[in-house]
Ligand binder design. Sequence first.
Ligand code: KIV
Ligand code: ZN
Length: 445
Amino acid sequence: MEQVRITVFDTTLRDGEQSPGCSMNQQEKVRMAQQLDRLGVDVIEAGFPIASDGDFEAVKAIAAAIRRPVIAGLARACRPDIERAWDALKHAARPRIHVFLATSDIHLKYKLRMTREECLRHASEAVAFAKSLCADVEFSPEDATRTDPEFLFQVLEAVVEAGATTLNIPDTVGYTVPAEFGELIAAIRSRVKGIENVTISAHCHNDLGMAVANTMAAIAAGARQVECTINGIGERAGNAALEEIVMAMHVRRDRYPYQTGIASEQLFPASRLLSEITGSAVQANKAIVGRNAFAHEAGIHQDGVLKNPLTYEIMTPQSVGVPDSQLVLGKHSGRHALAIRCERLGYQFDRRALDEIYRRFVRLADKIKHVEDHHLLELIRETPKPAVSAAAMFEAVPIAIAAAAGAATHDGPRGFPLAPPANAFGLPIPPSEHHHDQEDYLWGV
Ligand code: KIV
Ligand code: ZN
């Protein structure tokens, strides 16, 4: 069965750029837009051309350089904004004018000082004007989730009639919750005349930490475009994170049987490039692209992942462009990961020797939190070898050195060390799996 296609509208360069510390110059925006193109987004919202000359030039440059995706420019519901947006976009291969106007009473009364009637007229006239310039027009009723639904339906109907091709429903202040947002999308689908001819889009902010959940609820209710940003950057708490939406669909195809044009292995490179350009770091525990997203410190988890990554990973790091999982050595780590790391450093220990190394390792980790390779090497050097009578307990064989000396134990032909049997991570299978004298559970602690 053919899967429903979701349009991915990336607004990293517009809404994302509006977040403190994330502004980008023209060259940086073009560089990021090229990566978004590689990533396979369908629409790049390149900026807000009336906002500054720099933004105008950046939108123009992106429109000239990036030819596959639709390039959108934002405009308020007034002629000067729309004209400026069109000036920046008119040479794009696939231009889109994105017009917005607030519709909630609170915005109308305090911000715009406009009546509902005036709002309705402005929205409809602005869309008609945009349509006279550009076939592809998106309309957003800002603060839609706090707008009286009956008035919202009225505005949406008017802009569809005026020529809008996409109706974007913004949760501007991150106020809604998934069930409510899903119901709103469903109500729009059933109440707005002409809705079957346009695309419904979701644009969610993360003030309550529900931007992605709300977006997924909107998709389930019939939205077919999602607006999102790399790393979830955006106003205040940010926008819905593109990488999370895409991977939710990917990993939970059973619940979200939809398809996107995203090349998921470009997600991590996109995240990295954005942080490099903006100088804004990604939080370590950020889903999909955070430093810890594929890192395991707890011994029981490390043991599980080493035996089969599926025990604690629901997607492969490679599927999102992360080179590999990481086993971080800290006080929660277990013997299994420690043994693997020692082997990688060229040392193999028998069970009792490893216990001794492990005891010292935990004491050190308690003090310094993360044990790096050089700490471990020092610790191995400083651990006294047991008496000769107990030699079997401690077999610190620096594998490479032993190999160079032609040691028999681990040698392959010509004295080279044999690569130990590899597990799914390409890591050597630890002694536990070739010496069956270890109780399995011990490896996790
Ligand atoms: O959050 C919002 O309401 C917006 C609109 C301009 C779409 O960013
Ligand atoms: Zn927004």
